[in-house]
Design a protein around this ligand. Sequence first.
Ligand SMILES: NC(=O)c1ccc[n+]([C@@H]2O[C@H](COP(=O)([O-])OP(=O)(O)OC[C@H]3O[C@@H](n4cnc5c(N)ncnc54)[C@H](OP(=O)(O)O)[C@@H]3O)[C@@H](O)[C@H]2O)c1
Length: 325
Amino acid sequence: MEYRRLGSTGLTVSEICFGTATFGWHTDEQEAHRMLDRFVEAGGSFVDTADYYSSWARGSYAGRSEEIIGTWLHATGRRHEIVLATKVCSPVGPLPYDRGLSRRHIMDAVNNSLRRLQTDFIDLYQAHSMDNSTPIEETMRAFDDLVRQGKVRYLGCSNYTPWRLCKALWTSDRLGLARYECIQPYYNLIDRREFEQEKADLVREEGLGVIPYSPQAMGFLTGKHRGSTQAPDDSRGSIDRRMQGYFTERNFALLDEMESIGAAHGRSMAQVSLGWLLSNPLITAPIVGARTWDQLEESVAAAGFRLSPEEKRKLDTLSAWEDVK
Ligand SMILES: NC(=O)c1ccc[n+]([C@@H]2O[C@H](COP(=O)([O-])OP(=O)(O)OC[C@H]3O[C@@H](n4cnc5c(N)ncnc54)[C@H](OP(=O)(O)O)[C@@H]3O)[C@@H](O)[C@H]2O)c1
């Protein structure tokens, strides 16, 4: 496993990040613990969750993913081997105080995450999305207090528009507060526009880390949905409406090219999708999802895999967003 520096910080992370939104949904506690064991044995350190996971799943609730990680940390004593990332902002209960980025909710949420995770600190605490109804100064001051208290080591954000991200960075700078050191955007070979058009220049300019989510386009880039017109019920892809737009001739042609590049390296299409991201120096670590160790093992084995410039150019051309209306 190769390690990379998270943006401009001194923190290094495994270049494959294990995303745990399947915990308490497609993945029960026993399998989740097995996956965490093997991930660490394979050299992985970077684990991503959120207080909101996996609230959408039948029989589950917000905080279940964190709980499952917490019981594993408690049972194994491996906290020091893990860089633990979680998030706040999405609804975790019915009250107006159970969501957002107010000081009130951030202070409650961090204590609940620490309790469920059975740890004294969170390595990377991320705003899950924007909360434009809370003044940015309030949010950044609350986050900064958590860093000073030692509950949180670094800050990050996800799903921010560029102007809001820029304003957050400016606010931290102006007030001398801890800043967002990395972003978590939706970014993969199918959907490149959001990151490349809006955020890549800002990331480069500010030296931010980038940990893209859905790097395998929720399973589509593994090639397993070829020949279908939609993701099967109860798959990862079935709960996100973005997936409905994936089943196009253009994207199937992209899969064909990925398959042929993979064949030349003895690599799967899932690994090519990760290799494409890992070949981009702006990317710190893709956050891979998996329901079983078998799936995760394939992703972990993509560590160290890089495309040649010619292979990358071919995939860039087939997935170019500039000419898509
Ligand atoms: N910040 C945010 O708003 C946000 C949003 C979404 C996700 N995330 C984070 O990013 C993580 C990953 O997101 P994602 O699940 O969308 O990532 P992904 O890596 O693009 O997709 C993972 C899914 O693809 C399928 N898959 C993975 N490996 C496979 C293999 N080798 N063969 C066949 N199928 C395979 C599995 O789904 P099936 O088996 O069900 O098909 C798996 O759950 C999450 O766990 C979470 O930590 C963050």
